[in-house]
Design a protein around this ligand. Structure first.
Ligand SMILES: NC(=O)c1ccc[n+]([C@@H]2O[C@H](COP(=O)([O-])OP(=O)(O)OC[C@H]3O[C@@H](n4cnc5c(N)ncnc54)[C@H](OP(=O)(O)O)[C@@H]3O)[C@@H](O)[C@H]2O)c1
Length: 322
């Protein structure tokens, strides 16, 4: 099958469109013919092996898995002996750690859910990583009537987080760059801060929950925008890939600092399971959440899709069509 694969860590130049073996499936896995795959900053981290701490998970000297991509939407072609939930022909979405920028992917059935019927494959492929991360940022933290700030509101996670926080009944302020305000308001944001003109602490200690996907602001600045008992959720590491931990040192410091303050300061780790996908399907099918697609690239053009995402300013999600 055709796939986008790499043998060494590096820039998007190391990626090759080439023939690789179609994956074989285990008893608890499903073979999916991939129709669309989502691009997210995690793809860039796996490709470059930066920040270096990521290599503990992805391979110390070279990528353990050659094929890139994790989120997918497609059609089941084969199921393992222990799989009851799916059959060939089912349209599904989910994540695979074996690579999804490929014609086929092997996926544990517990990381798949039926594709929301109202979505195209491209829209569905936008959901499994960014939508799930946004859901897990909001769920259990945001209550109806609260004031919520989403930093990076036009991005992959942020465009879902704004919509999900609104669905939970919050008043939402989206933070984005110039030119994105209209998009962020169209997602349901009640107010928008253009970060090139104003800082996020513009209104003082105003927000019950701040979901930060941009990853570049000091904790002290974010805390100034948070109420005394507010919750800060750090989803992102930004574009600092230097050193061992890149922009993720805030995630490590936040829980320690949280022990000495009434504010809750938390990192966010997402779990891409069927349960979260089904919750998102309900939000999507009730019309409360719609994936926003910035651009869709053909498989052979995946390196350019990653280059575009790495510039750091997508309007919604970047997708690979297969
Ligand atoms: N915790 C987890 O489990 C998890 C899961 C997935 C991803 N992540 C991480 O979360 C982060 C965001 O992912 P994503 O998919 O949402 O990325 P993305 O689609 O690239 O979006 C990033 C957003 O950041 C905004 N931004 C850039 N500079 C900014 C600044 N100075 N101030 C405010 N906003 C700024 C951009 O908005 P403008 O265009 O308006 O500038 C862009 O929309 C990444 O670091 C990723 O690795 C974490």
């Amino acid at each position: 099958m055709k796939a986008i694969a790499q043998d060494v860590y590096g820039s998007a130049d190391v990626l090759q469109l080439r023939d690789v073996d179609q994956p074989s499936i285990g008893a608890d896995q499903v073979l999916v013919q991939v129709r669309a795959a989502g691009v997210d900053p995690g793809v860039w981290i796996c490709m470059t092996g930066r920040p270096y701490a990521a290599r503990v998970a992805f391979g110390l000297t070279k990528p353990r898995v050659a094929v890139r991509g994790r989120a997918l939407a497609g059609v089941v072609t084969q199921v393992g002996a222990d799989v009851q939930a799916f059959k060939p022909g089912d349209e599904v979405y989910g994540t695979s750690s074996g690579g999804t920028f490929a014609e086929y992917a092997a996926v544990p059935w517990k990381r798949l859910a039926p594709k929301p019927p109202s979505l195209s494959f491209e829209q569905a492929a936008a959901v499994p990583i960014s939508g799930v991360t946004a859901l897990e940022g909001v769920r259990g933290r945001v209550k109806a009537g609260q004031k919520v700030m989403v930093i990076g509101a036009a991005g992959g996670i942020g465009s879902f987080a704004v919509q999900i926080a609104k669905a939970y009944g919050a008043t939402v302020t989206g933070v984005c760059g110039t030119g994105k305000a209209e998009l962020v308001r169209s997602l349901g944001a009640d107010d928008v801060i253009d970060y090139t003109r104003e800082e996020v602490d513009r209104d003082g200690p105003h927000y019950d929950v701040i979901i930060d996907t941009a990853g570049c602001r000091p904790l002290s600045l974010l805390r100034r925008a948070l109420t005394p008992r507010g919750t800060l959720v750090l989803a992102g590491g930004g574009h600092d890939a230097g050193g061992l931990f890149g922009g993720y040192t805030r995630q490590m410091r936040a829980p320690l600092l949280s022990m000495f303050t009434s504010q809750r300061l938390q990192g966010l780790t997402s779990h891409e399971r069927a349960q979260e996908l089904k919750e998102l399907t309900q939000l999507i099918e009730s019309g409360k959440v719609t994936p926003i697609i910035d651009r869709a690239y053909p498989l052979a053009d995946a390196p350019n899709a990653i280059r575009y995402l790495a510039e750091g300013h997508p309007a919604g999600k970047v997708i690979i069509k297969i």
